[in-house]
Ligand binder design. Sequence first.
Ligand code: 13P
Ligand code: SF4
Length: 309
Amino acid sequence: MVGVSSVTEEIAELKKSRKAVILAHHYQDAEIQELADSIGDSLELARVAQNFQGDVIALCGVWFMAETAKALNPERIVVAPDRGAGCSLVDACRVEDLRAWKQRNPDHVIVSYVNTSIDVKAESDILCTSRNAVSIVNSIPADKPIMFLPDMNLGAYVKEKTGRANMKIWPGACMVHATFPARRLSKARADYPNAVVAAHPECPQDVLRMADFVGSTSAIIDWCKKSSAEEFIIMTESGVRFSLERDSPGKKFYFVANEQCNCSECPYMKMNTLEKLRDALRDLQPRVEIPADIIARARIPIEKMLAVK
Ligand code: 13P
Ligand code: SF4
C-alpha cells in the first residue's frame, strides 16, 4: 500500500508539472486542507478561482464549486477528486422545474444560492452565497418580487434580516444542516454552559434563534478568532475544526450531531481523498466540461454576485 507521505509528494510534483492550484473548502478532511494553496468558503473559493493564474484548478469541495470555478476559467482545466460529490441542495432544484416556474412567474428576480447546478445558474439573475446573501437581496430594488432558491432555511433567515415581504422561497434543504435539532443544541448548551454558539444559516430557524452568531463557514471561523469566549458550540460541518484550531489555538470547539447521520459530516464533501486528488491531477479527470453557451449565461449572475461588495 502506498503511504500517505508518498501520495503527498506525488501531489506536490504533479502540482508543479501541471501548473496547478489546489483549492479546498473548509469541509474537506484535514489532510487535504493541509495541502491546499487556498482554503475558503464558497464565496472565497469563487474569488480565488476568478483571479487564478496557471493551467489547472483542482477543486476539493463538491461538484457545483468546481463548476463555478470552470465558468470563471473556461480556458483552463478544472478537475475534482470525485464526480459523485454532489449536494442535496443542488438536487432540490431541477432546471426543468425552475424553467416552468419562471414561465408562470416571469416578473420575479431569480436569486440562486451557489449550491445549484450550472444549468440553474444559467437561468438565474444573480447568485449569492451564505456570506453575501443579505447584501445580494438588499441590492435588488424593493419593488421587484424575488424567488430565492433553493435553501429554505437560508431563505427564511435572509427574509427576516432584510424584511423583504415580496420574497418567495424554494423548498430545498441541506441534508447536513437542516437535520441539526434544536433539542440537541439545548443539551450541548447545558453540557457546556460557558460556550457561545455559532451556526451556519442553512440550519433550521429554531437553531438559528438560539445562536449568538450566524454566518458562512469562513465568517464563523473569523468570529471565533475575534471572540473573547474560550468555548464554542459550532453548528456546521466538522471540517471547520481545521481552521478553527489553527486560528484560535487553546480555544475549545464542540460539534453537535445531526439526525441524518448522527454526525456532523457532509457525506459528499468527505468523498474526496488524497489518492483521488492525486489521480485527478495525474489523469486530469474527472474534469468539468460545460457547453460554451451555458458558461456564457451562467457567468453573468456569477459576476454580478462577485461585483456586490
Ligand atoms: P459556505 O458558503 O459557508 O462555504 O457554505 C457552503 C456549503 O455547502 C454549506 O453547507
Ligand atoms: Fe450541500 Fe449540505 Fe454538503 Fe454543503 S453540507 S455541500 S449544502 S449537502
